[in-house]
Each structure stands twice: as C-alpha cells, then as structure tokens.
Design a protein around this ligand. Structure first.
Ligand code: ADP
Ligand code: MG
Length: 384
C-alpha cells in the first residue's frame, strides 16, 4: 500500500490531510527461535511487507483509529480511559502503544490514525509488531519525543505484553524498528546490543522463500506460555538467571543435573543449542559463507520439532519437501503451531521447489500455501 493512498484515505476519513505517513515492516526470523524470552540470541530480518500509517496529532485527549484491513468505522478512544486488558479488538495494539508512551511519562495528547498493512496476519511474520512500531515511530516523530529505536521497541513490547496481554519477547518489535536493508539483525536480547550482519542473498545466487502454511497460530497462546514456564523452571533448577547462561560446552553436564525432568531437558537442550546455532550463522555470514548456513537452519527445525515440540504437519511437510528437492536448508520460523517456514535455496531451484511444495500440500489435502521471496528490507521509517 503506497503512502499516497493511505494519506488520501486518511483525508477522506478525518477531513484533513495527515501530518505524515510512516512505515514499519514485518519480519522473518532467520535463526534463534524461542530464545528471546531466555535472554538469548535472535537473528531476524525485515520483510518488504509493511504496515503504513497516516497520523496526525490531536490535543483533546482523543485517539481515533481506523484500519483499511478491518471492517468497521473509525474507533474513538479516550486517552484517560486506556487501561490494560480493556480492549480485545485490533485497536488494542495501537492504543497499547499510546498507553505505554504515556505511562512512561511522554506527553501524547491524542492522534488520528489510518493504517493499512501488507504483512499477513497470524502467519508468524509479526503483523502485530509492524502495527505497534509504525504507531510508536509516528508519535515519536510528531511529538518530538527523541526516543531511540530500541526504546521504541521496548515500549511496543510493553504494549503487547501488558495492554494486549500477549506474553511475547522483544525480537519482533526490535526487528521492525531496527533492521536495515541487505542485513540480518544479530540481537542479544539480554542487553539489546545488536549488529547488522550483511545478508545479501542475490549476490550469492541464493533465494530465501517464505512459505505461509495458512495454518493460523491463534490457539498457540497456552502452549507458548507452557514452553516459557518450562524454560523458567529449567533456569531455576540449574540456578541461573536465564537459560542464556548455560554455555553450549556445558550442556551435557547441565542436562545430567536435570535428571529425570524429561520435558525440561528437551526445552533446555533446544534453547542452548539454538543460541549456539545463532552464533554459528553469524560466524558463517560474517565470513561470506552464506551457502553453509543451510544445514544449521535445518538442524534448528529438527530441534523445534523434536525437542521444543512446536511444529505441525504442514511445517514439517514444507521442510521435508524442500530438502528432498535440493534446498540448502529449511525450518519453521516464528512461534510455531502453524505460521510460516523458510527455505534457503539456490536461485535456479526456487521455482521448482515452490512447485513441489505446492504439489505436496495438494497431495496431503492441506490448504494451499502462500509462497513468496523474502529480501532483507528496511526497518521502520518515515515515508512523507
Ligand atoms: P502476527 O504478529 O504473527 O501476525 P499476532 O496474533 O501477534 O500475529 O497479531 C495479529 C493481530 O494484529 C491481528 O489479529 C490484529 O488484531 C492485529 N493486526 C495486524 N495487522 C493489522 C491491520 N493491518 N489492521 C488491524 N489490525 C491488525
Ligand atoms: Mg505478533
């Protein structure tokens, strides 16, 4: 959706042109899954798909919200009535951002918003973070708050955790706020230190396909909470602040200490090996050995499937079909139980692989997947 179109619709809805238009992307996570609530490492990159928002300030304590992607009129909320848990509609995401900004002491006196997004929702590509970050960046600009990108990400996470009530880590918002074109973002979720790692697929004759299985992960909340609680239990049993503190070369000893806590053993093993996989991918990309990250991605899938147990038949079918067809690597990405998988392939094999994945889905009588190419794109920015 272009800036002009969104601005024009804003003008139709609110009777005046917006003060500006901003964009914030969705993301895919290259490697580092479920590590972000264990103080660990993640490595997302921004998608070309993005939320675009036209925004103007108000000084009367009103927040008016409209999305081109949701049926319904403009929603009108009073800033002094914003309260965590009070809203179960999509408006909770942008309202939560305004709430978090105000709660942190920033003077925001109201806004009119119209937005439109090309990030598929519920596909594990972080449409929610795109929505939060585009609002946060617009308000930061318009109200001159001078917040750093990582601070915006933190506030958006707070909006999602506390206001919306979804217990997610910091990766999605940081990816949307901080990614840069042509790079993956190596993020240490403990201190939010980050490095932009060159990830130029085209130059290497490679492509990264995203396969949206169309299996919605809406019911994954309870399972997510269970995994998170299991990880916390593991850290407590091992006497560390977070599983991040279990070194890879100390894994066997740590698992031995967990004894017959079979489920905790599996969760701990995933987190510790996954952090190590992120470091291996960083090393490989930094050395220009992009082709070699494939097997590391595939190992990551096996770990999520067998140890963390959050895959599903559709995601496994993508991975198995891709590998059988000669892909360099493949894995599920995002929270799990549906959503999307990524496939790293030579550019010359991309079309054939896409076709075989579509055929495999048809043969299994699964809903047809949506396959698209992901190029590492820009993080949030102002359009006009
Ligand atoms: P994901 O972030 O993986 O896409 P979530 O469940 O975290 O999935 O967030 C999806 C929710 O975000 C939607 O159900 C909706 O409430 C909100 N959302 C995302 N994009 C839009 C949009 N363009 N307009 C309105 N709401 C949206
Ligand atoms: Mg989300």
């Amino acid at each position: 959706m272009g800036a002009q179109q969104v601005a024009q619709r804003f003008t139709e809805l609110y009777g005046t042109a917006p003060e500006g238009v901003w964009a914030a992307p969705g993301r895919v996570n290259l490697i580092g899954e479920h590590t972000d609530y264990n103080d660990g490492f993640v490595m997302p990159f921004a998608l070309p798909h993005q939320a675009v928002a036209a925004v103007s300030r108000r000084d009367d304590g009103l927040l008016r919200l409209h999305s081109a992607d949701v049926a319904g009129d403009v929603a009108e909320l009073r800033l002094d009535g914003l309260a965590p848990g009070s809203d179960s509609a999509w408006t909770a995401y942008p309202a939560g951002v305004v709430w978090a900004l105000r709660e942190a002491g920033h003077e925001v006196t109201g806004a009119d918003v119209h937005l439109s997004s090309t990030v598929p929702t519920g596909a594990g590509l972080s449409s929610s973070a795109a929505l939060e970050v585009v609002i946060a960046l617009a308000l930061d600009d318009l109200y001159g708050l001078g917040l750093q990108r990582w601070q915006l990400a933190r506030l958006c996470q707070r909006a999602e955790n506390v206001y919306v009530g979804a217990p997610t880590g910091i990766m999605d918002q940081t990816a949307s706020a901080c990614c840069t074109s042509g790079h993956a973002l190596f993020l240490d979720t403990r201190d939010l230190s980050q490095r932009q790692i060159p990830f130029d697929l085209a130059a290497e004759g490679l492509r990264l396909l995203v396969v949206d299985t169309q299996v919605k992960h809406a019911h994954s909340g309870g399972e997510y909470g269970k995994r998170r609680a299991g990880c916390e239990k593991g850290a407590a049993l091992l006497g560390v602040d977070a599983l991040r503190d279990v070194p890879h070369d100390g894994l066997e000893a740590a698992l031995a200490r967990l004894g017959d806590e079979e489920e905790v053993v599996r969760l701990v093993r995933h987190i510790v090996t996954e952090n190590h996989r992120v470091e291996r991918v960083v090393d490989l990309l930094s050395a220009g050995r992009t082709h070699e990250i494939g097997p590391v991605l595939t190992e990551g899938h096996a770990s999520l499937r067998d140890d963390f147990r959050i895959s599903c038949p559709e995601l496994d079918l993508v991975v198995d079909t891709a590998l059988a067809g000669g892909a360099l690597g493949a894995r599920m990405t995002g929270g799990g139980f549906g959503g999307s998988a990524i496939v790293l392939t030579r550019a010359t094999d991309a079309d054939t692989l896409t076709k075989s994945i579509e055929e495999a889905f048809a043969a299994a009588a699964f809903t047809p997947p949506r396959v698209f190419e992901a190029t590492p794109s820009a993080g949030a920015h102002r359009l006009t």
